[in-house]
Write a protein that binds this ligand. Structure first.
Ligand SMILES: Nc1nc2c(c(=O)[nH]1)N[C@H]1C(S)=C(S)[C@@H](COP(=O)(O)O)O[C@H]1N2
Ligand SMILES: [Mo]
Length: 213
């Protein structure tokens, strides 16, 4: 499928999801709901129209780029790393937010310590099994609420929500969190990801409504 078709498919999908499951309840709590967002109790699915099926036996996570220790983790190796729980709110740029998402997985900082990035590494580029990519400044990834989640609400992250493992970066719009994550590359220079090259904001702060560049 061409890139344009991917985008069209994703946009149609988003419209369909919005029409179906999103309760458009605007909440007074300006403290919690970022500007322009509506609370949903459902959990819409947004993707490129592809939900790759990755068997645990085939799953790998690669850490590379400007690192002292390039590392490829198997599913067993990944799950043997220390596990953390985090409850956070989820803000999608298509204006829905979901509160109290309970994620469990490996903290980004654990992977950072494993791979030992060079001090020159300032950016992170995430790649996924569906061809998706996204980029985030390294500093934003080192917050303790950033994780590579394998569990949601006590269950394995479902395929539609990006399993086996997906990235969660609560302080940024959700497109900065790669579902079906496959690779984490540490870079000296920023490199725009899938939506970032298509006009989405590079900084993606929901509190500043940084939706489109
Ligand atoms: N690999 C991959 N990751 C992705 C996406 C995608 O299409 N592919 N979509 C992003 C977008 S735009 C959002 S809002 C969230 C949606 O996550 P959800 O489908 O679990 O709600 O995943 C993000 N991560
Ligand atoms: Mo999104």
């Amino acid at each position: 499928m061409s890139k344009d078709r991917y985008i069209e498919a994703k946009q149609r999908w988003a419209e369909k999801q919005k029409a179906r499951g999103v309760t458009a309840r605007t909440v007074a709590s300006a403290d919690r709901l970022p500007p322009g967002q509506k609370l949903t109790n459902g959990f819409p699915v947004l993707d490129l129209g592809v939900q790759p099926a990755i068997a645990h036996a085939e799953w790998q996570l690669t850490l590379n780029g400007l690192v002292a220790k390039p590392t490829t983790l198997s599913w067993a190796e990944f799950n043997a790393l220390p596990q953390v729980d985090d409850v956070s709110d989820f803000h999608c740029v298509t204006t829905w937010s979901k509160y109290d998402c309970h994620w469990r997985g490996v903290a980004f900082t654990t992977l950072y310590e494993l791979a030992q990035p060079d001090p020159a590494a300032k950016y992170v580029y995430f790649t996924s099994y569906d061809g998706y990519s996204t980029n985030v400044p390294l500093a934003s990834c080192l917050d303790d609420d950033v994780l590579i989640a394998t569990s949601f609400a006590g269950e394995p992250v479902s395929r539609e929500h990006g399993g086996p493992a997906r990235v969660i970066i609560p302080k940024l719009y959700a497109w900065k969190g790669a579902k079906f994550v496959q690779g984490i590359t540490f870079l000296a220079e920023d490199k725009l990801g899938f939506w970032e090259v298509r006009g989405y904001s590079n900084t993606a702060d929901p509190w500043k409504e940084e939706r489109y560049a």
